[in-house]
Design a protein around this ligand. Structure first.
Ligand SMILES: [Zn+2]
Length: 54
C-alpha cells in the first residue's frame, strides 16, 4: 500500500449493507465485506462491548 495520492482522502461510493443507502467510504469496497454508512458503521461498533467478529 502506498499513500501519497493526489487527494488526501479518496472517497468511494458504496451502498450501505444495513440501510441500503448510497454512501461514501474512505476506503475502496472490495466486495468481500459489507460496507456501512457512517451511521450504521457507528451503530455496529459500540464503544466497548463484546467484540463480535461477525
Ligand atoms: Zn447505513
Amino acid at each position: 500500500m502506498s499513500y501519497g495520492r493526489r487527494e488526501p482522502r479518496e472517497m468511494h461510493k458504496a451502498v450501505c449493507a444495513e440501510c441500503n443507502q448510497e454512501c461514501e467510504v474512505p476506503f475502496k469496497p472490495d466486495g468481500s465485506r459489507p460496507v456501512y454508512c457512517r451511521e450504521c458503521y457507528a451503530r455496529r461498533r459500540p464503544p466497548r462491548r463484546n467484540r463480535y467478529r461477525y
